[in-house]
Design a protein around this ligand. Structure first.
Ligand code: SF4
Ligand code: SF4
Length: 109
């Protein structure tokens, strides 16, 4: 009896569609209410550093002299504190998660 039950189970699992997806090659389904990833409209940034000072994970680095804004994607937890504090409203959390990071390099804008 157990043999037939096992055979039935093997057949069922052989022909059912996979529950996983080939992320990142197939776009991931966005969960409602997801905060996604942080994005910046760099043309509006005044490099005041308030976002970097407020960030609880030290994911941001602002270079006022060279007018560069850096983010460590592996540190960002999408909390949105930097979005709240930005005086120019140039930061926002997108609905998507983007391409996953595989290196510890900072992303520069
Ligand atoms: S708080 Fe806003 S304006 Fe200031 S450095 Fe950050 S992103 Fe730029
Ligand atoms: S969303 Fe939160 S963790 Fe990410 S950079 Fe802004 S303050 Fe830091």
């Amino acid at each position: 009896m157990a043999f037939f039950q096992m055979k039935k189970m093997i057949l069922a699992w052989t022909f059912r569609t996979p529950v996983t997806t080939k992320y990142p090659f197939e776009p991931r389904k966005i969960c409602p209410g997801s905060r996604g990833r942080l994005d910046i409209k760099i043309s509006d940034c005044i490099f005041c550093s308030l976002c970097a000072k407020r960030c609880p994970t030290q994911a941001l680095d602002v270079d006022k002299v060279n007018k560069k804004w850096h983010i460590d994607r592996l540190r960002c937890i999408s909390c949105g504190y930097c979005v709240e504090v930005c005086p120019k409203k140039c930061l926002h959390l997108t609905g998507d998660h983007g391409i996953p990071t595989v290196t510890k390099d900072m992303e520069t804008f």
